[in-house]
Design a binder for this molecule. Structure first.
Ligand SMILES: [Zn+2]
Length: 271
């Protein structure tokens, strides 16, 4: 599933391609992609609006349109945006085409069909409940401590909670906990001030590193230009069960936390 670094990579690649262009229409091949409003109204309301900026909030990508409209895209499990000459023929996984006025469109492919589009005048309607952005300077170790303090859940569960901090998913939660030397099953409330500070720094470190690598391509994530990310070659624990820890050579273990596959080094991340 695309997480913050993948969505940020998409944002950076799309911006020079779409800012200043206007939308001819959005063609829906599978109408339920349009979560708000329904497909017919969505296509009618975007028509002719121009793209002022491309933004990201958590794992949401958005086009800021003129007339104070925000076009949010959540890729969920398998969503992809790919820039292609238009018209094109829809393959079985093409759910929509965001048609621009330069002869190109963004093809939205989504094998699992969980991805959604939203068109709103107030971004809060879509992202109002999200927690802070982990790369924003205003996100301090104290803010992370505040969301851990009263939580009986595991620290991994807190990192996956988009209300606690926005944009982390399974890959970067596991990677950050390894870098911080914290076992994913530790109760969040049990972390010391020093551990929280280490985790805060580790989250920023792995996200920044992953953005520099253009994200992680292990399953379906592909950038709008068709290239792939390279963080998978630098990952430390994620999906490396049985392979040696990069720090101490102990085999990486896998367990399940809240139903999610979780990877850690039993030596570097003692419980
Ligand atoms: Zn280790």
């Amino acid at each position: 599933m695309p997480e913050l670094p993948e969505v940020e990579t998409i944002r950076r690649e799309l911006a020079p391609l779409v800012v200043g262009r206007c939308l001819v229409t959005v063609q829906f091949y599978w109408p339920p992609v349009a979560a708000l409003p329904p497909a017919d109204a969505f296509a009618r309301e975007v028509k002719g609006r121009c793209v002022r900026a491309v933004g990201r909030r958590g794992k949401y990508l958005f086009l800021e349109l003129d007339g104070s409209r925000y076009f949010f895209v959540h890729l969920r499990m398998t969503g992809q945006l790919h820039r292609e000459a238009y018209p094109f023929s829809p393959d079985p996984h093409t759910r929509a085409a965001i048609v621009l006025d330069d002869g190109y469109a963004l093809r939205f492919r989504d094998q699992r069909k969980f991805g959604r589009f939203y068109l709103v005048d107030d971004p809060e309607r879509v992202v109002g409940d999200l927690g802070p952005e982990p790369l924003d300077p205003s996100w301090t170790p104290q803010k992370l401590a505040d969301v851990c303090r009263h939580r009986r859940a595991s620290v991994k569960a807190v990192l996956l909670d988009q209300h606690a901090v926005a944009g982390l998913g399974n890959i970067y939660a596991d990677e950050a906990l390894f870098v911080a030397g914290i076992h994913p099953c530790r109760q969040a409330a049990s972390l010391t001030e020093e551990e929280v500070a280490r985790l805060h720094a580790a989250i920023r470190h792995v996200l920044t590193e992953a953005i520099r690598q253009g994200g992680t391509t292990m399953r379906s994530y592909v950038r709008p230009t068709g290239t792939t990310g390279t963080y998978q070659h630098h990952r430390r624990v994620y999906r490396r069960a049985g392979m040696p820890c990069p720090r101490c050579q102990t085999p990486i273990q896998r367990c399940r936390v809240q139903g999610r596959s979780t990877h850690f080094c039993p030596h570097c991340q003692p419980l």
